[in-house]
Design a protein. Structure first.
Lengths: 316, 194
């Protein structure tokens, strides 16, 4: 049922047809009872997030959004994580099958010593830091989340990138056993994301291991996720198993699925609408009506210089 | 089946109660704060889904009557249609009030620029005269033209399905299921004619 040519000629109509075929195939599999559901699976309790010790509080300024943080109960119950289902409630219901421990990350490409590194080793020596950031989803809703993590730039620097490292690419785990949503090709797994090197080195970009002072719930991307607060939420890839430094711009999942709708940069921008809906306003979770969306999600003072001279309508 | 007028009346009332149950559930959920992290989205999605389901149920009445020979379902058509219109109106009102803050110029822009809004808005516009002329008095007044007018329901249903298809991000399974049901109902209509 996979149509490979669509990768060569990514035309809107053709993509629609592929989606149709994919949905039809999935529907027929469901009808034939070929797709396993919840039944017969040991329903285990999701591991409780553990308290994190010695977290440096976020300093005043851009690292500490003054907005009211979203309650943990909402931030952990309303998620886009298609690896566990496409409804917002699915990840919380289904992510208990993910095993975030032990975890290792493949370090690849333009670095001094590529190889597979246990998560503890990767993070060793970095003090955990709190960051209170706004999170703006491309679907026009937003949250404010106190993350716990380490600066991405410092971590990448320790990997000793070569002079050819111009971009960093990330991949999410692929394992339909742990991620039941991957039994259907909703997206082309693995989920892939990436940043330009100067974006990745910016102090606002972090790799998070926790939120609200505890380790990440599985549905929020345990045990390791990216957080890039000035970009739409889909850039902040979850449950990372691969970090690859490379010379060329990496192919990313959503820009591959809908090249006219999701770009590589995906910077929050109220002036540049999604082709199908406006990005001018957003609903902050917990609020009834919508509020104006801020350019670069309110982080323009910090990150606008990264895009000086770029046409943000073209590089959306 | 359902031979006595009393049994028919009870069945009809039960159907209407069933059709209002999702609304009651939403109202209860809103009052108790159990509509999830994004209650506005929950309300928007639920009212839209029930409008579409009830619209398709409306279209299923005539085939049921013809093929199953259930004459008692005939009056259900109007009730289901009005319920569908009610949910569609709530769906639109939620969008206008909570997404657009009653900003009519913003509504104009959305209708003009966002095809999914154009489709949904047109579907609601098409349903409005059908709701207005759903009474027996209007039926008598319009005579044969009433039937012609009420064929608009098929166009409204098709637009409503497209409206759903258009706003999905990646997983088209659900809107395509509705499209399949609509296609089957249209096929049933053709089969009846030939």
């Amino acid at each position: 049922m996979r149509i490979r040519e669509s990768e060569v000629t990514p035309e809107a109509l053709f993509l629609r047809r592929r989606e149709f075929l994919r949905a039809a195939a999935a529907a027929s599999l469901v009808a034939a009872g070929c797709l396993p559901g919840d039944e017969g699976e040991a329903s285990t309790e999701a591991p409780k997030p553990e308290a994190l010790a010695n977290v440096k509080p976020a300093p005043a300024g851009p690292f500490r959004a003054m907005d009211e943080p979203t309650p943990f109960e909402k931030a952990s119950a309303y998620n886009n994580f298609y690896e566990f289902g496409t409804d917002k409630e699915d990840p919380e219901a289904n992510a208990h099958t993910l095993r975030p421990k032990p975890w290792s990350v493949a370090i690849e490409g333009e670095v001094a010593k590529p190889g597979s590194v246990p998560l503890e080793t990767l993070l060793a020596g970095f003090p955990l830091e709190e960051r209170i950031y706004r999170l703006r989803c491309v679907e026009a809703w937003s949250m404010v989340i106190p993350w716990v993590g380490v600066p991405l730039g410092a971590l990448l620097a320790r990997l000793e990138p070569t002079s050819r490292a111009k971009y960093v690419a990330f991949e999410t785990l692929v394992d339909p056993e742990q991620m039941p949503g991957q039994r259907r090709q909703i997206l082309r797994w693995p989920y892939r994301e990436g940043l330009r090197m100067d974006e990745a080195m910016h102090p606002l970009a972090i790799l998070a291991v926790g939120m609200y002072g505890r380790t990440l719930p599985n549905q929020n991307g345990a045990p390791l996720r990216l957080v890039v607060p000035w970009k739409y939420g889909f850039k902040s890839i979850k449950s990372i198993v691969k970090i690859r430094l490379q010379e060329t711009e990496p192919q990313t999942t959503w820009s591959q699925e809908g090249p006219s709708e999701y770009g590589f940069y995906a910077n929050v921008n109220p002036e540049v609408d999604h082709p199908r809906w406006s990005q001018a306003r957003e609903r902050r979770i917990g609020e009834l009506t919508k509020r104006p969306t801020l350019f670069l999600n309110g982080y323009a003072d910090e990150v606008a210089p990264l895009y000086r001279g770029m046409d943000l309508r073209r590089y959306f | 089946m359902l031979e006595t007028p009393r049994a028919r009346r009870i069945a009809h009332l039960a159907l209407i109660a069933l059709g209002l149950a999702p609304l009651a559930s939403l109202a209860l959920g809103a009052a108790r704060g159990t509509l999830g992290a994004n209650p506005v989205e929950t309300i928007t999605h639920a009212t839209g889904q029930w409008a579409l389901r009830l619209l398709l149920a409306t279209l299923a009445v005539t085939p049921l009557r013809r093929f199953a020979g259930w004459s008692f379902v005939a009056p259900w058509r109007r009730s289901l249609g009005l319920l569908a219109f009610g949910y569609a109106t709530l769906h639109f009102a939620t969008f206008l009030a909570l997404d657009l803050g009653f900003d009519l110029s913003a509504l104009g822009e959305e209708v003009a620029e966002r095809p999914y809004v154009t489709l949904g808005f047109t579907a609601l516009l098409l349903l409005t005269p059908l709701a207005v002329t759903s009474t027996r008095a209007w039926q008598r007044r319009l005579g044969r033209r009433w039937l012609t007018l009420h064929r608009l329901v098929y166009a409204a249903a098709a637009l409503a399905v497209l409206h759903f298809v258009w706003l999905v991000k990646a997983d088209l399974a659900e809107p395509l299921a509705y499209a399949a049901v609509l296609a089957a109902l249209l096929a049933a209509r053709r089969a009846r004619r030939s």
